[in-house]
Ligand binder design. Structure first.
Ligand code: AMO
Length: 427
């Protein structure tokens, strides 16, 4: 066994012999004694190197270990008045498992902020920083919270193809790929497949998977690959889908607050579980709010300036409902010139889009044509509407957008380990 305990477990093992492993964050030599700070995902340990105990040779060898090397320490944990953590480990031996080169391309304990590019290129070092790790611990808790809630509501988790033949959300944002002798694309959304699964009688489906968007613009809220949490539910309308969504989000935040208190504190985020139901405003009401401060035409999407105005007016999470049919995708349920669609917002940020869907074959084909789409290229999808399609509704939530909101980071790239943006394809 390389290690008997993680560093986080040490405070519960005072007086015991242990073997622990980790990265050498720092070594401070004070004459005949030296303090080696070890770090792993779970915590820190002070390893107190005492020359008289180890002998001159070993003391010299251990205190020369370069920062960020991986070591394994065998020793005894004991209470300590002087140690900042309240305990220390007195080693019998320190084994250097893997030395780190010096200098480091990125300091792990440096106070100076490195450039985003340097950080991503050295993400393995960047993630050793507590505040960076915290983002991904919180992201994981949010993801598990949503999954746990939806599975509890009877959703079945599925996976649909990511290499596809047609667009979903409008034709411009697709990445083409060569599929043997055919042209194919990376999927923008599982939209069409999750709807087909309603015709299959699956009733409630959940998919958590990458979605690909060939967004040309480089912004702090767009990625070219993101994780989309998608649901679709049968015999349900837009209101049912919104209720499922606000409960999922509240549950996710509840889990993050419960499990990742320390990480949220580290990021200086004070969260209370948001109260449900979230406020709802219609598109028309939202346009009125914007129009008090700047002109906006009915039927337009909200510009970033318009969203800022809304964000100042609305606190926390809220829904914008009943969007004009013409600015929503073909699959939403029409309601006169409006649609049964909604966006979930947090201040000025969009977190989720969803809708009750158009399950009526003839009307769906009509809307498609009016949007300039060729129903023939959607035959695989439309077939499912001709042999018993239940009314259904659903939504797609961007995991990185939610993580951004909960962690308070300003750039969405912070919420992906290896982000894909307009210029970045490596690592
Ligand atoms: P939409 O295109 O609005 O809707 O996407 C749903 C949610 O996915 C996230 N998102 C993104 N996150 C990061 N970078 C991007 N480029 C990006 N694009 C979208 C956002 C957004 O709210 N099929 C519908 C969903 C549905 O109706 O079920 C869809 O894909 O958080």
């Amino acid at each position: 066994m390389l290690r008997t305990h993680t560093l986080g477990e040490l405070p519960k093992h005072l007086g015991e012999k242990v073997k622990v492993c980790g990265w050498v964050q720092d070594i401070r030599i004070l004459g005949k004694i030296a303090f080696m700070i070890l770090r792993d995902r779970y915590g820190f340990a002070q390893v107190t190197l005492i020359r008289s105990m180890l002998g001159k040779e070993k003391f010299k060898e251990y205190t020369k270990i370069p920062r960020e090397s991986v070591v394994c320490v065998a020793g005894t944990v004991q209470k300590s008045e002087q140690a900042k953590m309240g305990f220390e480990t007195i080693p019998e031996s320190v084994e250097l498992l893997n030395p780190a080169e010096a200098p480091l391309p990125l300091g792990v304990v440096d106070k100076v902020e490195a450039e985003m590019d340097t950080r991503i290129e050295n993400r393995f070092l960047d993630m050793r920083k507590r505040e960076v790790l915290a983002i991904f611990e919180i992201r994981s808790a949010l993801l598990q919270g949503i999954r746990e809630y939806l599975i509890g509501q009877g959703f079945i988790e599925v996976h649909t193809p990511k290499i596809v033949a047609t667009a979903t959300e409008g034709g411009t944002e697709l990445f083409p790929v060569k599929y043997f002798e055919k042209d194919a694309y990376l999927n923008q959304s599982p939209q069409l497949y999750k709807q087909i699964l309603m015709a299959a009688g699956l009733d409630r489906v959940l998919e958590i998977a990458p979605a690909f968007r060939a967004e040309e613009h480089n912004t702090t809220k767009h990625l070219n690959e993101f994780i989309s949490i998608d649901i679709e539910m049968s015999f349900a309308d837009d209101e049912d889908a919104m209720r499922m969504l606000e409960n999922s989000v509240a549950h996710a935040i509840e889990r993050a607050v419960r499990e990742r208190k320390k990480e949220l504190e580290l990021l200086r985020m004070k969260w209370e579980v948001p109260e449900v139901p979230f406020p709802r405003i219609t598109y028309d009401e939202a346009v009125d709010i914007v129009n008090r401060k700047m002109p906006m035409q009915w039927g337009e999407d909200f510009s970033s300036e318009a969203l800022k105005i809304l964000g100042e007016e609305m606190e926390g999470f809220y829904f914008i409902t009943r969007w004009p049919l013409e600015i929503k995708p073909f699959y939403v349920m029409p309601d006169g010139k409006y649609s049964r669609s909604f966006d979930l917002m947090y201040r000025e940020k969009e977190v989720t889009s969803g809708a009750q869907r158009n399950h009526v074959y003839s009307s769906l084909v009509e809307v498609m044509k009016s949007k300039g789409l060729n129903p023939q290229s959607f035959e695989f999808y439309l077939r499912a509407f001709r042999y018993g399609m239940p009314p259904h509704a659903g939504w797609g939530l961007g995991l990185e957008r939610l993580t951004m909101i909960v962690t308070g980071v300003k750039n969405i790239r912070e919420c992906v380990i290896f982000p894909r943006d307009r210029t970045r394809l490596v690592p």
